[in-house]
Design a protein around this ligand. Sequence first.
Ligand code: FES
Length: 126
Amino acid sequence: MSEVNADRHVVAQADEITDGERLLTQIKGREITIFQYDGEYYAYLNWCAHQGGPCGEGNLTGTSVASYDRETGETNVSWEHEGEILNCPWHGWEYDLTTGDCLSNENVTLPSYPVEIEDGQIVISM
Ligand code: FES
């Protein structure tokens, strides 16, 4: 996403969003969800690439990761990335909160916006 000619929008005080929490706001008529996770801030369009659901309102969870050993034929399933996976509330598509990447479709990424913290304020460029 290009920042050329992007307007800067102060949306909240940074300390209004605690770790693992979010803030839903509107900028230029678009619903944007801002997350704080592990000291970093992320801003995504509140829209899911599957059928347009309110992805930014979904639960933050982990995800199942499976591996298969061809030598032994053993399958291992583990729960990983707790708190880093955004689940769309409509049909459960999973997105990596830190990148916006969809876990089930490598060609899909949530639309995102640059976030900066300036003088304790969250600034979104759009
Ligand atoms: S609209 Fe998000 S999973 Fe279907």
